[in-house]
Structures are given as structure tokens and as C-alpha cells.
Design a protein around this ligand. Sequence first.
Ligand code: MRU
Length: 372
Amino acid sequence: MRPVSPVRPLIPSPDGLSIEVIDQTLLPHQSHVVKLSTRDEVAHAIHSMIVRGAPLIGASAAWGLVFALRDHASNQALEESCAILNATRPTAINLAWALKRMRDHLLPLPPSDRFEAAQREARAICEEDESQNYAIGQHGLAILQALYKQKQRPLRVLTHCNAGALATVGWGTALAPLYLAQLAGVPFKVWVDETRPRNQGALTAWELHRAGIQHTYIADNAGGHLMQHGLVDCVIVGADRVSAQGDVCNKIGTYLKALAAKEAGIPFYAAVPSPTLDWTIQDALKEIPIEERNADEVTWVQGLTKEGKLESVRVTPVGVESGNAAFDVTPARLITGILTEQGLFAATLSGLQSLQQQLTLSQESTEKHHPV
Ligand code: MRU
């Protein structure tokens, strides 16, 4: 039996009329649960990053659509709500993926059946996310076990941003192999990039600390130095969108880590559930929209004062101009492999074509055993 995810940041109510989410804008300092029960509350939660991380954004949007359909279930209302939710964040493809899946499933149904069907589909998206991430964890564990066998000493794994349970419905993507490695008794520690400007590395540290996994929080600029000195055995990151060729769009700074890893000969994996693949993207650099966020995220930082009060402080002089591109694209040539729920695939067109074939086969087998 599958163990329970160490953190579950989205929990639907039993009646499917609301969801409870952890407000990630307050973590790691305050753990506060918020109840969302309207489309606009969900749209706000995604836009303001109360919920964040590609798979969690997609799952939340699916519930946002459920709540919209409770009140208005016509074709026009369905299309309008999809458009509103889809506009909340541009880069993570899981958002558009989840909304398209919901829309394609619901549009052929009579409006009176749509609300309950939407509840079932949103629950299915959540359950699948959790099981896909757990499978990623199992495939990643095999990689870590092989690495441990080769090194014969505790491993050092570096990760960027937060691709943990908090960024998903359960288990996380990049952190799933680490949770399972801990359960399997593989000795390791984690280098956690702070991931400026929003410091999502602190969310990773929060997760690892709760799970009792050894880790060290480092400045973003430290990764290259650690790799040069042989202190990193592999890098595992998540992704917000992956092209058909295996280029990986992820949190800003991922590209620099991949360059340093390539130079140092360190394996670099992207942990990616299949909904994060965008098969329509040929040229990731040109075609993936990169979110440009509010410059205040760079010029201000949030943290606890010595008195334990949550405060924001400015780090630049007033009036300084700043830029805040939230994501970058790591070219496939820098990536050792794409770790998916179906296993490890080469970050190449043909590597991902075999993934696509495997996904089709597994879909056919599910439909055969559980006909709709
Ligand atoms: O801006 P965020 O915090 O939503 O960005 C999150 C990331 O970049 C994650 O690494 C990515 O979504 C993968 S999460 C499994």
C-alpha cells in the first residue's frame, strides 16, 4: 500500500463544495489553512501564489471550475470561467492542461449534469497527480540507489525552488525521490537553493525539516562552487513546462545550475509528471511565455523580525529599477534525463516520443480495465 504524502496542500471537502489549501505566502513562518469555495477565490489564490507550483495550480484551477459550475453551468459560463482561471498565471502548462481536460469532459454533457461531473473529474485530477508523483518517486529512488551503490557514501543532492509536496497535491516531483529514499534508508543530504526572489527554497527547507531529512539552505550563487568542489552528486529539479524536444522551463536560476552541473559532469534530472509536457512547443525559448512578476518581489524581502513578527523590508534604495522574470528555459542538451511517472526518458525528441507511446499504451490499458 502507498504511504501517505508528507504534506497535502489541497484537500477537497467531502461534499466537494470547497477546498482547503495551505497559504504558501505565509510559509515557512506561519502555517495557515484557507478555505476556498468560489471560482474567484481560487483565481485569486493562484494569482497571488497562496497556491503555487505547476501541478497544484492545475488541480486548484479544476476546483475553481467546479465552484463556477455550481452557480452557472451554461456553455458560455463554462468557457468564461475557463478563460478567467487560465489567465491567472502564464507559464505552468498544468493550468491550461487541467482546464482543457475539465472543459473537454464537461462540454458534451447537459448543463444539469455538469457540476457533479466536474466534482468527479477534479477529484480524479487530484488523485492522479498524487499517484503520478509517487511513481516519479519510485523511479527516482532507483536512480539514487544506483548512485549510492556507486559512491558508497551518503549522497548530496541539490534542488532548486520548491518542487515538493507543497507544489503538488501530494509527494512533489523533485522531492518525491528524496522522500522515498528516506523511507528506503538511502543515506543522503540535500542542498536547498534559496531561490530568490520569493525564496521558495525556504518552502523546501520547511518540508525537509518536517520530514527529518538532512539539508543545508544555501544562497543561489553557491551551487556552482559546491559542484566544482565535488560536493554535489546529482541535481533534481521540477518543471513548469517541458517542450516536445525536452527543453525544461522551470523557476528562474535553473538554467545556471544546469550549466554548472554540465561543466562539472554532474547528472541533472528534471522530475516531470506527464501533464507538464507541452507537446505543442517546438522552440521553448521562443514559444513558452515567461511570467514577468512584480518588481517588488526583488526589491523587498519577507521574513521574521527578531521579535517574531512577519515583516517585509526593502533591500534596495527607493526608486531603483529591477526586473523579475520568474522562469527560464534549460536546453535539453544540459539535461541528463526527464524523470516521469513512466520512468526515465532522454531529453530528446525521440526520447519523449517513446514516453508519448508509453502514455498512450497505459491510457488504453486503463480504459480497457475501467471502461467509462
Ligand atoms: O512560481 P512558482 O513558485 O509557482 O514556481 C514553482 C516552480 O518553478 C516549480 O519548480 C515547478 O512548478 C515544479 S513544481 C512540482
